[in-house]
Design a binder for this molecule. Sequence first.
Ligand code: TAP
Length: 453
Amino acid sequence: MTSYTVLNPATEQPVTTVSQASSEVTDAAIARATVAQRAWRATPPGERAALLRAFAAQVDAHAEDLAALEVANSGHPISAARWEAGQVRDVLTYYSAAPERLTGRQIPVPGGLDVTFKEPVGVVGLIVPWNFPMPILSWGMAPALAAGCTVIAKPAELTPLTALRIGELASQAGLPDGVFQVLAGKGSVVGQRLVDHPDVRKIVFTGSTEVGQQIMAGCARHVKRLTLELGGKSANIVFADADIEKAAATAPYAVFDNAGQDCCARSRILVQRSAFDRFMELLEPAVKGVQVGDPQSGRTQMGPLISASHRDNVAKYVPDDAPVAFRGNTPAGPGYWFPPTVLAPVSVAAPVYTEEVFGPVVTVTPFDDEADAIALANDTPYGLSGSLWTRDVGRAIRVARAVETGNLSVNSHSSVRYWTPFGGFKQSGLGRELGPDALDAFTEVKNVFIATD
Ligand code: TAP
């Protein structure tokens, strides 16, 4: 086995060293998961539900440790990391109700009785990115387990610590051996093996569109079930009739949350021309007021970027001659810091406007009318998230229906709610996670006809 030294992105100091699984170790885990799945799907629904509730209780009891681990591994501010650990508990609790509600249908047919069953797809490979290690793990893990699937999770190489700990908590909660396994390792080794192995029946992948395309091609060879949650370049559309103060005050949270390393980041702010100057006046103090610094402090709102190489990628979008309208601050000393940065005016052909930066960089662009706003918002291969601000209810509904995106908030900067479906249009992904129908992605419909004549 090889090993990987995890660095704290706020201090650049080693945190710990983690063993990385090989292809052979991955095969052994798949074999365990395949055997475990037969017993797990046969476990009475009430028992599966109770085990998921016990798992949620373990996460709750260790939420503070999990949050501290994420602060050290990912540099997330402690308040955000606490929310993330709570999200794992809440998502497990939400889906713990599902095993006992996994009902099929009875369909009227001549000559007999027709019923459908929702059968678990089997072993699920869950490939997780580094930006939200805990929530994204839970969005795939909890409904898959509830459906009667077994799960092998592969966290990102950079951020394995909370996933490994959650794997231990699953065992402590009493989940049988092989039902939920976490394999730290490289995407090109562990992730690729999960995609290529015929006994893994479904892949849930969250990450870049580029790797998602490769995974889709790999899954096609086995006609393997696949959910893809990919990149984004979402718009925050502000009409002149909106509550401009609120739109400007919340715009930094809509894009600088997790230092902009957020697939839902509204990294293109579009403002109606007549309100543009007023919006910029209000945005400047909001951006300069973002508290960037020690992730362990309860006052910190934004931490560092994940790595030195990622900071270099982000910095390429803001060269020395970039049109910086204003920017926030960063601490001096070690850490992969990048200040919240607002660019305007920016050409709609510029890479910073068209590409996913995945850092705390936002462009602000004026638009003339509703049609112009919709055209600008849709002028991207992505379609994951977005916000729009207006006091006109008719316009809110018209524009929300016209923007090609999977998740949209009106007069709000919020993104993901585990009670509601989440996923992307266009190159932002395939399929939906979360919400009441999430188990559809982990079950196959079986139709059975019973002759009565
Ligand atoms: P990627 O580089 O695509 O990596 C994502 C995961 O895939 C990692 O665990 C990675 O492992 C693994 N991987 C890499 N190559 C693989 C291969 N050939 N086969 C199987 N697995 C492979 O993305 P990232 O840089 O970690 O995350 C940032 C991206 O994720 C952004 O584009 C962001 O928008 C997107 N994202 C989307 C969402 C949703 S919900 N739509 C949420 C969060 C992030 P290693 O880390 O070991 O390479």
